[in-house]
Design a protein around this ligand. Structure first.
Ligand SMILES: Nc1nc2c(ncn2[C@@H]2O[C@H](COP(=O)(O)OP(=O)(O)OP(=O)(O)O)[C@@H](O)[C@H]2O)c(=O)[nH]1
Ligand SMILES: [Mg+2]
Ligand SMILES: [Zn+2]
Length: 295
């Protein structure tokens, strides 16, 4: 047994993990088989096996965990200790509020704070028109405008990310990579270095990776959006993930109220009274239909 070091997993390639120690040195590690599979963002204990290699001997308790579906109906850890998710929307491609709600529900259920970023604000002439449709979101969550093209709002974004572990989410084409470019100027250099170490350059775009922000804090980039799927969300969690439903749910007549057309549903009543936005409620019903069916 060598000396045990502390570190953080900054990239995951198949059966090996790049672990960074306090001094910034990166070591490629494998993991003891009995361990819960480590993932990017994990804080770990590891020991050196030879000059450049090591072995993860312990995964420290996670504050939050995002998972994705894997073979055999299992869930695989994908990003750990993410504190906030920035949900990026844009006027082009036209934002999809059902998808935004899905991201929000996953964040709420995973204990992660969501922030909504409206990117490509340079394409908008009149913010007022759009704000009517987005009003419930402006009221429920932190909401910021920005442009990765002109740089508007980037200073605010940087300050929001300072000192925390964040992630960007959003449909294809909204500008996540463009934002990442602003936030992590030396991203490509780091990715290149890690790829050389693992001889897996071709695969880097499919690898989850953690980047340090110049002003402090970290940003995790994961390929695809599988971590925001509804694989582990059931009916009860879905309703709870609509945070404005929460004060009403305990007042539903039945404990197992589905908030659909159940008698004495306080959520529906709140919708009728205009206390809950109707659009959000209708999207709740749609997401409910998308939930994996319990057999
Ligand atoms: N006008 C304008 N265009 C932008 C802005 N941000 C990004 N774009 C453009 O939008 C397109 C898509 O941007 P990307 O950063 O590749 O989007 P992405 O979210 O990474 O997309 P995927 O990788 O497919 O998920 C590119 O042509 C960008 O130049 C912006 O603030 N304003
Ligand atoms: Mg991209
Ligand atoms: Zn109800």
């Amino acid at each position: 047994m060598g000396k045990v070091h502390s570190g953080r997993v900054i990239a995951h390639f198949g059966k090996s993990w790049a672990v960074e120690d306090e001094t910034g040195r990166i070591c490629l590690c494998h993991a003891l088989r009995r361990l819960d599979q480590p993932c990017v963002g994990d804080r770990v204990h590891w020991e050196q096996t030879d000059g450049e290699h090591g072995r993860i001997v312990q995964v420290l308790p996670r504050k939050t965990l995002l998972v994705r579906p894997a073979r055999g109906g299992k869930l695989r850890p994908t990003a750990a200790n993410v504190e906030q998710v920035f949900i990026v929307i844009a006027p082009q491609p036209q934002y999809d509020l059902l998808l935004v709600d899905q991201y929000l529900v996953v964040c709420e259920n995973r204990g992660i704070a969501p922030v909504i970023l409206f990117n490509k604000i340079d394409l908008i002439d009149n913010r007022k028109v759009m704000e009517i449709e987005l009003k419930p979101y402006l009221e429920l969550y932190p909401f910021h405008y920005l442009s990765a093209k002109t740089g508007e709002g980037m200073k605010t974004l940087k300050s929001l990310m300072r000192g925390k572990t964040s992630m960007l989410a959003g449909q294809s084409g909204v500008g996540k990579s463009s934002l990442l470019h602003w936030l992590v100027p030396d991203k490509d250099i780091r990715v290149g270095e890690l790829s050389r170490g693992t001889q897996r350059g071709r695969h880097t775009t499919t690898t989850a990776m953690l980047f340090h922000l110049p002003e402090g804090g970290d940003l995790i980039d994961t390929p695809g959006v599988a971590v925001f799927g509804l694989a582990d969300i059931d009916e009860r969690r879905l309703a709870w993930g609509y945070k404005e439903f929460r004060p009403h749910i305990p007042r539903c007549r039945f404990n197992d109220c589905r908030h659909v057309n159940d008698q004495g549903c306080a959520v529906r009543e709140a919708v009728q009274q205009g206390k809950i936005d109707k659009g959000r409620y209708l999207r709740y019903l749609k997401l409910r239909e998308k939930l994996p069916k319990i057999s």
